[in-house]
Design a protein around this ligand. Sequence first.
Ligand code: ARG
Length: 257
Amino acid sequence: MRLLNKFLSTIAACALVLFAGHASARDWETIKKSGTIVIVTEGAYYPFNYFEGTTLTGFEKDLAEEVLKVMGVKPDWRVVPFDAQLASIRQGRFDMAIASHGFTEERAKSVDFANPHYCSGAQIVSYAGGPKTVAELKGKSVGVQIATTYYDAAKKVDGIGEIKTYKDETANFSALQSHKYDAWITDKFVAKATLAKNPDVKVSMGDMVFVERDAAITMKNNKELLEQWNAALATIIKDGKYAELSKKYFGQDISCK
Ligand code: ARG
């Protein structure tokens, strides 16, 4: 009996190792051979990645597909909540993610960042009479998406009031309209595009809180995959495809200059 137990636990341990191996993100060689890359986004971050009905679309979706075309592989899109993405990429459950991750030293400890595909930052948005500057956030409540750099920034504001967190920016924008808090802190281009799309919502943009470089992420040390992605991104920036897409979504080129 004891022997049988030992035998069974050895099998279980082996299965665990095999499973862990299988769950690992694949290197470029393997991805290329399979012809498909398993790529994650969120689908609730207008206009970067969002759903039109049941169709995933947005700047990052289109951009990734242009980059992958140059790389010669097809996307297998997976939709994962933003706050679960970093951990799943760190654990190698998917090959990569593109969902507007701003580069931070902290994140770079657990995943690798590609070259940025745009430069932006956090912006304050509020109703007339609401806070428009960082100083005015004192004693005021804000709405931020969970697990974002906006949340981290809000926590650092001296004397800030309540920080309300939302699972995505769609829910956050609804909360703003229901006056659940005083100021929305979100990406500059998300704010611009969302306000342009909802002219009946009488809010306006205030100051920038910080700037950041936003990039796709991969598991640590997946070097060749990152090199391939970076080279293909550079190609579509050079040949004008990037500018074309950027103008379509933002009316301007938002690449890092
Ligand atoms: N740029 C911010 C960050 O890196 C927000 C990203 C949110 N992305 C999303 N798909 N909701 O934390």
